[in-house]
Design a protein around this ligand. Sequence first.
Ligand code: ADP
Ligand code: MG
Length: 496
Amino acid sequence: MTLGIFRRGLFMLLVALGLTRGDLVKPSKLVNCICENPHCKKPVCQGAWCTVVLVREQGRHPQVSRGCGSQNQELCLGRPTEFVNHHCCYRSFCNQNVSLRLEEEPKGDTHLPLILGPILALLVLVALGALGLWHVRRRQEKQRGLHSDLGESSLILKASDQGDSMLGDFLDSDCTTGSGSGLPFLVQRTVARQVALVECVGKGRYGEVWRGSWHGESVAVKIFSSRDEQSWFRETEIYNTVLLRHDNILGFIASDMTSRNSSTQLWLITHYHEHGSLYDFLQRQTLEPQLALRLAVSAACGLAHLHVEIFGTQGKPAIAHRDLKSRNVLVKSNLQCCIADLGLAVMHSQSSDYLDIGNNPRVGTKRYMAPEVLDEQIRTDCFESYKWTDIWAFGLVLWEIARRTIINGIVEDYRPPFYDMVPNDPSFEDMKKVVCVDQQTPTIPNRLAADPVLSGLAQMMRECWYPNPTARLTALRIKKTLQKLSHNPEKPKGIH
Ligand code: ADP
Ligand code: MG
């Protein structure tokens, strides 16, 4: 308990020390720009300025991305490197005929790989051996207390000079904050300041998400609007105080707060997943039952990991998400899901007897609110209540997946939950009428009964939507049942 409080106190102090902040965002005139990147909805976008970014991902050819810059970002800071070069301009369509170069582009000699291949293989072996030795020595140093934050910060800089792909190594190795999921604070800051924004991939209710480039690796940068600083604070706090590394929870890299040009920038840097959110994915894709199940099982694993309290030094408190929805679940390249957006999460530790609700004025997404939230009967002092609301929302996500699953050649278009019962952007009252007064739940498609896997999924949804929250399935039960379905789809009876 004392350790937990100490960590959180330390975190707040460090964040506070990082604050030299202004409040106002400078207004600026909008210009039209050429939009040429995978996330453009139209060939022209509007922004505060136009951008051209040339970026080389490791192992790929350089690619140009043209688009719009938002009002309060300083996209064009930084020198060109071998991985990225930017150009920003402020007149309409000024990003049309700009061509950029990288510092040292690799030479395109086709014979070179043949000659260099064996030499490189040898070098890699030697390097691996050296890395192993270095790891052992570092561990010994650490035990002797010689390893400081600053040491690691310079280490990362050295690594970046060589252009190695070090992010994964750093995050997977033992050089994190120790208590939380991320790098030490100074290293987080260093990494954040080395990220170049490439293209805007999504706008949420409270900010924007950009694809960024860090020494040739794609990262996602969530830029919070200043009115949602509590979500940034909460998410940063949770990632930095809880050990949250899990395949099905969005991987955290760094968090940063800067004050430039009298505006505050709040960044959260995480792994980048090019399929985007489950919501985006389901718009584009129809699913075979096995893929539907893979998405569902992996999301359930993520939720079960959040919900469980793990005891011991490598443990974690129980966490309830409170804003679960298909937009907050991302689809990874291996077609497993991971859960994102912990800005509203609450934490509970039975062993050290604390309940941490945070103080974010934001509320969950109305469409996904459980009946007890809508009729305000939820017991806000009881942690379990929050987990039960997550299960309600998880059932809705399963329903979204199920509609996009092909059974006997039939599939439905993507629709959000309650699409046929409430208007777009429903009000609290709209949702309350449907969910509490009329006690409606989304219609489960009949064709699901024809498939052993999907009929199991249908039954599971019903058990997520009991009006009595305590009767709902737990995340662990959902995970186990889905796993059973995926190993043994002929016997969907294992629901109970
Ligand atoms: P919302 O408020 O709708 O949940 P977010 O700000 O969390 O929005 O994200 C907006 C969109 O950005 C998401 O719907 C998704 O398409 C995209 N996105 C968010 N995080 C990532 C990521 N780590 N990798 C790739 N795309 C992402
Ligand atoms: Mg979100």
